[in-house]
Write a protein that binds this ligand. Structure first.
Ligand SMILES: [Zn+2]
Length: 86
């Protein structure tokens, strides 16, 4: 093998490694995007969960949480409120 052949061979290997790196990078980017989406969804659900808990407490404390009577004193069970708590 001549030196030129060696260099050509190395160039080919470098190209193929470069190609593999590109593929790995796009896989990593896809994973990162997926990860970010999952985190966004988790934190969203976390906030909704807290909101639900706060509403539930408000209802237990004797206030409406339904749209029609929101934050007004509640003297009996309200079906609209209960529907929101489900
Ligand atoms: Zn109500």
């Amino acid at each position: 093998m001549s030196l030129v052949d060696d260099i050509l061979y190395l160039e080919e290997r470098l190209n193929s490694i470069n190609q593999e790196l590109k593929e790995l990078r796009s896989k990593a980017e896809a994973l990162e995007t997926q990860n970010a989406r999952l985190w966004a969804r988790f934190s969203e659900e976390g906030l909704l969960g807290q909101g639900q808990e706060a509403l539930s407490r408000l209802y237990e404390d004797g206030f409406h949480i339904c749209h029609a009577h929101f934050a007004q004193p509640r003297f009996e069970e309200c079906l609209f409120c209960l529907a929101l708590l489900k």
